[in-house]
Design a binder for this molecule. Structure first.
Ligand SMILES: Cc1cc2nc3c(=O)[nH]c(=O)nc-3n(C[C@H](O)[C@H](O)[C@H](O)COP(=O)(O)O)c2cc1C
Length: 402
């Protein structure tokens, strides 16, 4: 089943230059299974044709508030919609929406809608920075609408230069739509802390000890928790992939820094998922200068780094769900069971480093989830995204039971 099957999205388009990108958004929504009803303002029709949206959505496009045969379109369109999105939302539309106007079809739909609303402003950077626009946005947020901040970057015309005002790419808007459709019954209002990636332990100013972790599993968990409505913080070592745009990121380098970041964030977290692969050893003494080739030491004395889960036991919020990961090569389940008990975890996600398609760098994983109370759940080979969802399903069950 496609993710938005059975959902009807009311997509408003206003007269901004970014409206050309909304054609792609309409297509993405339709591909995801949504029924998409498009409403164009009068100005939007100067930028992009109704026929384009009609062809992409397979449904009639709406433009008039007062027209024969279309009386009460605004009520019919708004009623029963799962979500209303306005992209791009012009400065003018934001001001009409903030004032509660209803003298065009789209503003009237907004007033008549009872579904969640996502507004995606896009405009010249000075128009966005103007106090009038900022006050309208603050007011619209206070009414419960989700208003995305525009992105910084080159604006439409070469004369405009660069600044905050660009409409986010359709794929990013689609992610927000998914989150708003999904978030209602899932992790909305929960704070989820995720660690991801490797850490690095310096040997000298230019060399370090680390491991092959890419951060893919932790990033997939952060994204999945965000999609379920959680307020997500990702404590990230040096990742090999681009981190998700809408989660808060705390960048760290060493295991000690990662432990400190977790300790600082943990008292507020409802869930901690430790998907990082922190370095277990560090040099007893980091050389002040670069170790020269000619001075190659025969050995480098190492010591253990802090065990993050052990050093953060005290900082755990009462009732928080703690999930650890274990990458083992021998006696996989036995070692994982010991770790589960020793570190007082609710769940431990185990994989065998030697199994094909699981572990570092790849997009798939095959894990077994152990819990203190239930039978082990052996999952098949799944994408890291599906693995993340399976883990969060169990986290939610535990949270709901507390
Ligand atoms: C070429 C051109 C580009 C425009 N781009 C934007 C824009 O990106 N954002 C914006 O807020 N207004 C933009 N405007 C101004 C709006 O079109 C104008 O405020 C209009 O009244 C908006 O009407 P609507 O909100 O009903 O669609 C642009 C105008 C022109 C002529």
């Amino acid at each position: 089943m496609r993710p938005f099957e059975g959902r009807r999205v009311l997509l408003g388009v206003t007269g901004g230059i970014a409206s050309y990108k909304t054609a792609w958004l309409a297509r993405l929504l339709a591909q995801a299974g949504a029924e998409v009803d498009v409403v164009l303002t009068k100005s939007a029709r100067e930028f992009i044709g109704a026929v384009t949206f009609e062809a992409l959505t397979g449904r009639p496009v709406h433009t008039e508030l007062i027209a024969e045969g279309h009386a009460l379109d605004h009520i019919k369109l708004a009623r029963g919609a799962s979500l209303m999105v306005v992209a791009p939302a012009t400065a003018d539309f934001l001001s009409r929406a903030a004032a509660g106007r209803s003298d065009d079809l789209l503003s009237a739909c907004l007033l008549a809608a009872s579904a969640p609303v996502l507004l995606v402003p896009a405009m010249n950077d000075r128009m966005w920075a103007h106090r009038a626009t900022q006050e309208n946005v603050a007011h619209l947020r206070s009414l419960g609408y989700t208003v995305l901040d525009p992105e910084a970057g080159p604006l439409a015309s070469p004369h405009e230069g660069s600044g905050p005002g660009r409409m986010p790419e359709p794929e990013r808007i689609l992610a927000h739509v998914g989150r708003m459709l999904e978030a209602r019954e899932a992790l909305a209002g929960r704070r989820v802390l995720v660690t991801a990636g490797p850490t690095r332990e310096a040997l000298d100013p230019v060399r370090f000890l680390s491991n092959h972790s890419s951060g893919k599993m932790g990033v997939a968990i952060a994204e999945a928790a965000w999609r379920r409505g959680a307020d997500v913080t990702l404590v990230a070592g040096p990742l090999s992939i681009v981190p998700p745009p809408d989660v808060r990121i705390v960048h760290v380098e060493s295991t000690e820094q990662m432990a400190a970041a977790v300790r600082a964030e943990l008292p507020n977290a409802d869930v901690l998922v430790m998907a990082a692969a922190p370095a277990d050893f560090r040099a007893k003494k980091v050389a002040d200068g670069k170790i020269k080739k000619a001075q190659r030491p025969d050995s480098i004395a190492l010591e253990n780094t802090d065990d993050i889960l052990a050093t953060t036991l005290d900082a755990r919020k009462k009732g928080a769900v703690i999930v650890g990961f274990a990458l083992e090569t021998d006696d996989v389940l036995k070692h994982a069971r010991e770790k589960l008990a020793a570190k007082k975890l609710d769940l431990i996600v185990v994989n065998d480093a030697r199994e094909a398609g699981a572990g570092f760098g790849v997009d798939t994983n095959r894990v077994t989830i152990l819990s203190a109370t239930a039978e082990p759940a052996e999952l098949p080979l799944l994408s890291k995204h599906d693995t993340a969802d399976a883990i969060l399903d169990r986290v939610q069950e535990i949270l709901n039971g507390r």
